[in-house]
Design a protein around this ligand. Structure first.
Ligand SMILES: [Zn+2]
Length: 226
């Protein structure tokens, strides 16, 4: 029996995976050697044991350091490997997404634009759950839903009801003729306002939503319904 101690099970799995992937040539070489070895005796087996590097087990650490200092072996035509092509396709998709997103007709006329730390408009991303939703990773589903409704302008608001001709109150609770998102942010006497009329950053919007838990939320149904 061979026992392999590794801190990267995914890489070990890849090494014995003959299907199409980057570095498939290496995997096929490993598989060819292993199948020779396996055919020698039906009792032969390999066991993989995951050893996190942070444990610092000296035998594993010595092997880890040795491998790390060894130059990486790459394929002959790196730019046409499956991983490189996949990366190029993903980059091109994200680039066109970002470019489309700059047009109002694509992102929607009511989309609430906010900026990053340098006040550059936020742009879509596929990393870490995306630009907007990564902000609500530790928030409740209700809070996330309110944030999304608010940013998209699809929220139980007077201006939304008026726009889509939906039954219900158009006026704001404070008596103003029409309840709008901008009015709630900056002027409504029923909400606690932030520093500006409209949140400039996502953090400011989250603060506003926390301070005003009824905003962009549906009213609870009357007793006896549902
Ligand atoms: Zn109001």
């Amino acid at each position: 029996m061979i026992v392999i101690f590794t801190d990267h099970i995914a890489a070990a799995k890849r090494a014995v995976d003959p299907s199409v992937h980057s570095g498939q040539g290496h995997s096929l070489a490993v598989c060819a050697e292993l199948s020779k070895w396996f055919s020698g005796d039906p009792e032969r087996s390999i066991e993989f044991v995951q050893v996190p590097s942070k444990i610092g087990w000296h035998v594993h650490l010595a092997a880890h350091d040795y491998v790390r200092d060894t130059p990486t072996v790459s394929g002959r035509r790196l730019e046409t490997s499956l991983d490189s092509i996949r990366q190029a396709v993903v980059k091109s998709c994200v680039d066109s997404w970002i470019s489309e997103f700059q047009h109002t007709s694509y992102r929607g006329r009511h989309f609430l634009q906010m900026g990053d730390m340098r006040d550059r408009p936020l742009k879509p991303s596929i990393l870490k759950g995306g630009t907007w939703l990564s902000f609500t990773a530790t928030e409740s589903i209700a809070m996330t839903a309110r944030m999304v409704r608010c940013i998209l302008g699809h929220a139980p608001l007077g201006e939304y009801r008026a726009r889509f001709n939906i039954d219900g109150e158009i006026q704001c609770k404070c008596g103003t003729f029409i309840e709008t998102r901008a009015y709630l942010f900056g002027r409504c006497s029923f909400t606690q306002h932030g520093k500006t009329d409209s949140p400039r950053r996502l953090g400011e919007l989250m603060d506003f939503l926390r301070a005003n838990p009824r905003t962009f939320a549906f009213e609870a149904p009357s007793k006896g319904i549902g």
